[in-house]
Design a protein around this ligand. Structure first.
Ligand SMILES: Cc1cc2nc3c(=O)[nH]c(=O)nc-3n(C[C@H](O)[C@H](O)[C@H](O)COP(=O)(O)OP(=O)(O)OC[C@H]3O[C@@H](n4cnc5c(N)ncnc54)[C@H](O)[C@@H]3O)c2cc1C
Length: 494
């Protein structure tokens, strides 16, 4: 049964959760002063008077030797080069244009393009072409004290055969965790759009949106779930009453339930949690529906959740939806896990809304997104302490990492607590990952793997994300550059 959101309940959000003091800037303000300054990234002196001692000292980026102890010099040089290339807009524009162009269909060009992608973006952001290569990456990370979130880079499926094929790939990934060192894998990632046909996912999402607007509208196929939409969720995707599911579509939906259920069952048996990625708002209600349905079946009170959903803090309704779902889960005695991200589909979301003449579902300012992220993280940290929640704080934003780490430490949530995980994408924000690990938290790298031609959509998102001088990779480039300089000085004996 859908639970109605009350404004009073939402107003209480800020009282329920102790806020992480959100920062006014995307650029990290670090608690130390570098003697070297890059043009693109000026590290500011701390405003010590406004920070508590714990907050200013929780992440230490000062000692680059401690941040990159196991990075070979070749790896550092390669990373600095790749991240520099990824920060030059014309290079990224050109790369994106080529990866999206018809040139990829021309045999000679195809080999050349895939070859150059492989030695640049792919090498930086992809953990391996298959499970064998990825297991080597996981072992290296594990040796460094980090864990891995395994993500086969599958994208949308448009028919049941592809869904079955993708299901087998996910299952194979789950099975492979038996061969990895114990606890080196923190999560297996699943994309619902790879195991449930896109057109069906879209139709279910439309029906769920219609039901939200017309509570008397009946969905005969709907099984147990938690509240999916809030009163402020956008409904512009569904302006007309959608047709009901056909018999065939109902059967196909049942197949999607079965695929996800079998994956969750195997995760339960192997004791490795599963996280469902968030995608765009057009299909997200369907994704949340299937995710919550499995969470109800597989998350057991008292244990760390087996099934985690993903919440995109850049959405205006994110906080309300999280509040509704956690409240309903608590009533059912169900622990709920969320991976909290800011969101990776900003331009397509805004374009779609604008093309239909509606306001974007994304916060009007980046500061609103930061505030929403920090509030949601703070809320989930409180849930971790009271035993009803678990969170993966997936971010490259140093300020968010620092705020959450400070609060987690105050609440006594440390490395031993399986319910809190910080996470960054492979190839990004190494300094933050190692800084958080050194500060005593569990940290995972999100490891996308797969052959180069299969992970291109993933690479396109990374290329977009790393573009521009303000991207989070600036911190890594600067610290890696300093570490290289330190090593060179050590070699020449200076
Ligand atoms: C482990 C991991 C898992 C992930 N899984 C998912 C997933 O399942 N689904 C998904 O969508 N993404 C996912 N992401 C990607 C994530 O959404 C991006 O990393 C994120 O977009 C970058 O945000 P950040 O927290 O690193 O912070 P920052 O780099 O500080 O913030 C940049 C983000 O802020 C938001 N933003 C930028 N400008 C504005 C603006 N003008 N107004 C409002 N908001 C703005 C956008 O979301 C942008 O990406 C994942 C990331 C990680 C690290």
């Amino acid at each position: 049964m859908a639970i109605r959101f009350t404004p009073k309940l939402f107003q209480r959000f800020s009282q329920i959760t102790r806020p992480l003091n959100s920062s006014p800037s995307t650029l990290p303000v670090l608690p130390f002063n570098f003697d070297e300054k890059s043009e693109s990234f000026v590290v500011k002196k701390p405003e010590t008077e406004t920070k508590t001692k714990t907050e200013s000292s929780i992440l230490n980026f000062e000692n680059t030797q401690e941040l990159f102890p196991t990075f070979s010099t070749t790896k550092l040089i390669r990373s600095v080069f790749n991240l520099n290339m990824a920060s030059i807009d014309p290079v990224v524009d050109m790369g994106i244009w080529v990866m999206r162009s018809k040139l990829l269909d021309v045999p000679g060009f195809r080999q050349a393009i895939l070859g150059s992608v492989k030695h640049s973006f792919y090498e930086q952001f992809v953990a391996g072409k298959d499970l064998k290569e990825t297991s080597e990456t996981v072992q290296k990370l594990y040796g460094d004290g980090l864990r891995g979130m395994l993500n086969y880079g599958l994208e949308h499926a448009y028919d049941n055969d592809s869904c079955d094929q993708n299901y087998k790939t996910f299952l194979n990934t789950i099975e492979s965790t038996k061969l990895f060192p114990p606890s080196s894998v923190s999560f297996v990632i699943v994309k619902i759009s790879a195991i449930c046909r896109m057109d069906l996912l879209e139709k279910i999402s439309n029906l769920l949106r219609w039901e939200k607007q017309n509570p008397s509208f009946k969905l005969p196929w709907k099984q147990n779930s938690l509240p999916i939409l809030s009163d402020s969720s956008p409904v512009y995707h569904t302006l007309d009453k959608p047709d009901p599911l056909t018999r065939q579509e109902e059967q196909d939906l049942e197949l999607a339930h079965e695929r996800l259920s079998k994956l969750c069952q195997r995760c339960l048996e192997l004791n490795v949690p599963l996280t469902v990625d968030a995608e765009d708002t057009k299909i997200q209600p369907g994704i949340d529906y299937l995710t919550y349905n499995s969470a109800i079946e597989y998350n057991k009170l008292g244990d760390t959740p087996i099934v985690y959903g993903t919440l995109q803090a850049y959405l205006k309704d994110a906080k309300e939806r999280m509040l509704l779902a956690t409240k309903a889960a608590e009533k059912m005695g169900l622990p709920l896990g969320f991976k909290i991200v800011r969101g990776a589909y900003m331009s397509s979301e805004s374009k779609l809304a604008a093309s239909l003449g509606y306001e974007s579902p994304i916060h009007n300012t980046i500061q609103d997104t930061h505030d929403c992220y920090n509030d949601c993280a703070s809320f989930m940290l409180d849930k971790i302490v009271n035993g009803s929640g678990a969170a993966v704080l997936a971010t490259h934003n140093v300020e968010s990492g620092k705020l959450a780490a400070t609060k987690a430490r105050e609440l006594g949530i440390g490395k031993e607590n399986e319910r809190l995980q910080f996470a960054q994408l492979y190839g990004m924000s190494e300094a933050l990952s190692y800084g958080l690990k050194n500060a005593g938290f569990q940290v995972s790298k999100y490891l996308t793997f797969g052959p180069v031609e299969e992970v291109i959509p993933y690479l396109l998102r990374r290329a977009e994300e790393n573009r521009g001088m303000l991207s989070s990779s600036n911190l890594d480039r600067q610290l890696m550059g300093m570490e290289l300089k330190r090593r060179m000085k050590a070699i020449v004996g200076l």
